[in-house]
Design a protein around this ligand. Structure first.
Ligand code: SF4
Length: 260
């Protein structure tokens, strides 16, 4: 068995554990290369409790009950549209909708909070200080994330240990005390080369910016291309110290429970 196949098997086992022990579970799909691998793997998961297909036989309350049961036995998927994403990310979002059977629920920021931030700091006020940048990320990412996670028992991310100095101590499965639910990072020990080997072997769609030296993609004004030899997160908030380079989605006290 290849090392990539072993990683795939381990990842599928983590996803199945999440479903069997922590439903309802949801996948935070940032549409980055790692998350496209997870999208593909989740879409291919065998359904743990097959139900009759939705159709004419399922009517009214029965249809809604079956839909709810489907969601509770599978992994839901969502993305955060900050309102400042690159066009290439929107193009990929559309491709995901067309190719995969798992619906992608898109969450938007609160218009009142965005208006308040822009009134106080200006539309590009996030460049002025780390504090402003984190405030913008809070309005456009963290608050919508809290809505996306409400009522869930676990969430899944595509974070990898080697992506950033801030991610070295992560666990595959741990309790996320900040959000009050279990958090799974099934790709934690995948290498960048393994991510791309999987994408190429399975013809997985990916963000066109990856072919233009953007290994890590966030909002358009806060992401730039890198040069060969630079750290893969060097293009994110490039004007800040590396220790600050998280957006508030993945912070807090991590309490390891178990590793699959
Ligand atoms: Fe705002 Fe930039 Fe954070 Fe996007 S990445 S939410 S534009 S500060």
């Amino acid at each position: 068995m290849t090392s990539l196949q072993q990683k795939i098997d381990q990842t599928v086992a983590v996803l199945q554990q999440a479903v069997s022990e922590f439903s309802p579970v949801t996948f935070a799909n940032s549409l980055g290369a790692e998350d496209m691998v997870l999208t593909d793997l989740i879409a291919k998961l065998p359904h743990p409790n097959p139900l009759p297909p939705a159709g004419r036989a399922e009517r009214g309350g029965q249809s809604r009950a079956n839909e709810s049961l489907r969601e509770s036995n599978t992994i839901a998927m969502f993305s955060l549209d900050t309102g400042r994403l690159p066009q290439e990310t929107y193009d990929l979002m559309q491709k995901v909708r067309e190719r995969y059977r798992v619906p992608l629920h898109v969450y938007f920021p609160s218009n009142a909070l965005v208006e308040d931030f822009v009134a106080k700091h200006g539309v590009n006020g996030f460049y002025d200080s780390v504090e402003n940048r984190k405030a913008c990320c809070h309005v456009r990412k963290v608050e919508p994330l809290q809505r996306a996670l409400a009522g869930k028992k676990a969430w899944i991310t595509g974070m990898r240990r080697e992506q950033a100095v801030t991610r070295g101590s992560l666990e595959v499965s741990s309790f996320d005390a900040d959000h009050g639910l279990q958090k799974f990072n099934p790709l934690l020990d995948w290498s960048n080369a393994e991510i791309w080997e999987y994408i190429n072997a399975n013809d997985v769609p990916y963000n066109a910016l990856h072919d233009q030296f953007y290994p890590s993609i966030g909002c358009a004004p806060c992401t730039r291309a890198i040069t060969p030899g630079e750290d893969i997160r060097a293009g994110r908030w490039w004007w800040e110290d590396p220790q600050n380079k998280e957006c508030g989605l993945h912070v807090g006290k991590i309490m390891p429970l178990k590793r699959v």
